[in-house]
Design a protein around this ligand. Structure first.
Ligand code: ADP
Length: 550
């Protein structure tokens, strides 16, 4: 505003000057004409002697008297004699022709721009008066202080008004409630801006809500994952890690985001995985940590062909590794266990084939071959049962099974062998139903009763009890037999494990019976407990959940 006003004032000044200049020139010309006439009258009256005094009296102007033929007769500022002929000066020429003349030009004598007025006298000579034009500039210069004062006043006013105007514009802007732009009441020029702001805020809110929902969803999925999940940037710094990852590496989430993973966990496998991913390759290896096995999977995150990050996923594969190990061991054991009876069979067969054995022995050997072949068959049957159980689920839909009736059936089958071994066998308790598969449960009870009969002593007893309570149905097979030493009480459930090899040799068995019990019980969600005292007896119990607890 200041600059605009300054330019306006300067323009106004220049225009005023331009307009005043000719006006002042006319004024001076008029004044000079009047003066000239007065001097001319004085000259005609008093003669040429008066001229020097007249020239001195009018110090501002110059007086020149020129003869009819142009000779300078008198000059109030220069020596008349040394001056050239003035006949062709425009004002002189005009005066000679018309009686009066005037011109504004540069003076040849004084070298300044000058206003000339000339008058022809009665005797034909010309009287001339002149004044230099700079006096007009002087006049105009006198106006300058007025302009300066005007300028100062204007600037003061501008400052005052600008401040007021700026305040009136800015104050409502500062007072705006930007959280609700549309609710502000202010001057109308701001309304379009506020509307745009309100629109933008709405879209920002929508965007934030979307992002938050995505983040919550991502967090809900990843935080509940059993697998450890880490996201790293291209430099290997942790961008995100889930709950399982913090537990696995023993880290605190807040402290490790933004840190280098390799600085927090120096692990060869991890650094190999990161290197591979940074090269853009996928990596998958087994990694061991805190005694557990993890499948370390590293995948590069690529954008426009460049690796921008790495995703690390570490599922816990300990159970799978253990299962594989036990499967390998089982295969080795099966081969070994089947080899033993087969070697025995082969031995007897060879003896019989060679005819080394006497007629009386032949019968006995054939009996041994029969016995071992039976043992092998039993073992193969048990192995098949176990491998079916290994599938980890019941082959059929569970149905209600009357447990007491089932136990009584099994007990009846063992009546003969029990009698032969001088044992009593009893089923006690009330009828109770469990959900399950009947043939499998019969197999379980058979195995338990079989053991109770096999590892018993003459005169002993086998007692099967069924009891129902609020925490489930309990089936217990108790015997008064040899018992199991404490150190073996857990191991008897292992495959092919038999307590005392020399003692077991005399009793037929595969070492798989209790493994089958354990597996089948697990499929029925039944809990197995074993209590035993050497020389006193053994009790193996299964607690089945009630149908509503399943
Ligand atoms: P097996 O075919 O040898 O009976 P099991 O798996 O059924 O195989 O049993 C494993 C071992 O546990 C047996 O060899 C035996 O030594 C011991 N055992 C099982 N049940 C009893 C029991 N009721 N009394 C004493 N020892 C038992």
């Amino acid at each position: 505003m200041g600059a605009i006003v300054l330019i306006a004032i300067l323009l106004f000044g220049a225009m005023t000057m331009g307009m005043l200049y000719p006006f002042f020139t006319e004024q001076i010309e008029g004044a000079l004409d009047d003066e000239l006439r007065t001097i001319a009258a004085a000259l005609e009256q008093s003669g040429e002697e008066i001229l020097p005094s007249l020239g001195e009296a009018n110090a501002d102007s110059r007086l020149t008297w020129i003869s009819e033929d142009g000779e300078v007769l008198f000059d109030s500022r220069s020596d008349a004699q040394s001056m050239e002929n003035h006949l062709h000066r425009p004002e002189v020429e005009q005066a000679l022709q018309k009686g009066v003349g005037g011109s504004i030009r540069r003076s040849d004598t004084l070298g300044v721009r000058t206003i000339y007025r000339a008058l022809r006298m009665g005797d034909g000579s010309v009287l001339r008066i002149s004044e230099d034009q700079s006096s007009i500039a002087g006049l105009l210069l006198r106006l300058l202080p007025f302009f300066a004062v005007m300028l100062c006043l204007t600037f003061f006013l501008i400052a005052l008004v600008s401040k007021r105007v700026t305040q009136r514009i800015v104050q409502p802007i500062n007072a705006l409630d930007l959280n609700a732009p549309a609710d502000n009441v202010t001057y109308p020029e701001l309304t379009p801006l506020l509307k745009r702001m309100a629109e933008q805020m709405r879209s920002i809110d929508r965007y934030i809500a979307e992002l938050t929902a995505q983040k919550t969803e991502f967090a809900a999925i990843t935080q509940n994952m059993r697998e450890a999940l880490l996201l790293l940037n291209a430099r290997g710094e942790i961008v995100f890690l889930n709950h399982s990852a913090t537990e696995m590496f023993g880290l605190e989430r807040e402290k490790c985001e933004g840190q280098y993973l390799l600085a927090l966990s120096r692990n060869m496998r991890l650094s190999e995985a990161l290197e591979a991913a940074k090269r853009g390759e996928s990596f998958s290896e087994v990694m061991e940590r805190n005694g557990r096995q993890y499948q370390l999977i590293a995948s590069p995150v690529q954008k426009d062909g460049e690796v921008t990050g790495v995703v690390l996923l570490l599922p816990d594969i300990s159970a799978r590794v253990a299962a594989e190990k036990s499967r390998r061991e089982f295969t080795a054991n099966v081969s070994h266990e089947l080899k033993t009876p087969l070697t025995i069979i082969l031995g007897y067969a060879e003896i019989m084939e060679n005819g080394i054995a006497g007629e009386d022995k032949l019968r006995e050997f054939a009996g041994r071959v029969h016995q071992e072949a039976e043992r092998m068959l039993a073992m193969i049957e048990d192995i098949l049962k176990l491998s079916r159980l290994d599938e980890g689920r019941l082959p059929d839909i569970p149905r209600p099974v009357a447990l007491k009736a089932l136990c009584e059936r099994v007990a009846r089958r063992f009546e003969e062998p029990a009698k032969a071994a001088d044992l009593t066998i009893r089923v006690e308790g009330e009828e109770a139903e469990v959900q399950g598969q009947e043939t499998m449960l019969e197999e379980v009870v058979t195995n338990l009763v079989d053991n109770a009969v096999k590892y018993n002593r003459p005169g002993g007893s086998v007692e099967i009890t069924i009891a129902r309570s609020t925490d489930g149905v309990r089936l217990c097979v108790r015997d008064s037999g040899v018992g199991i030493p404490k150190e073996y009480q857990q191991r008897v459930f292992e495959r092919f494990f038999r307590v005392d090899q020399s003692h077991s040799d005399s009793v037929k068995g595969t070492g798989l019976g209790l493994s089958i019990v354990k597996h089948a019980a697990a499929l029925h969600r039944a809990e197995v407990t074993l209590e035993s005292q050497v020389g006193k007896g053994t009790a193996i119990s299964l607690r089945f959940p009630l149908p509503d607890q399943l």
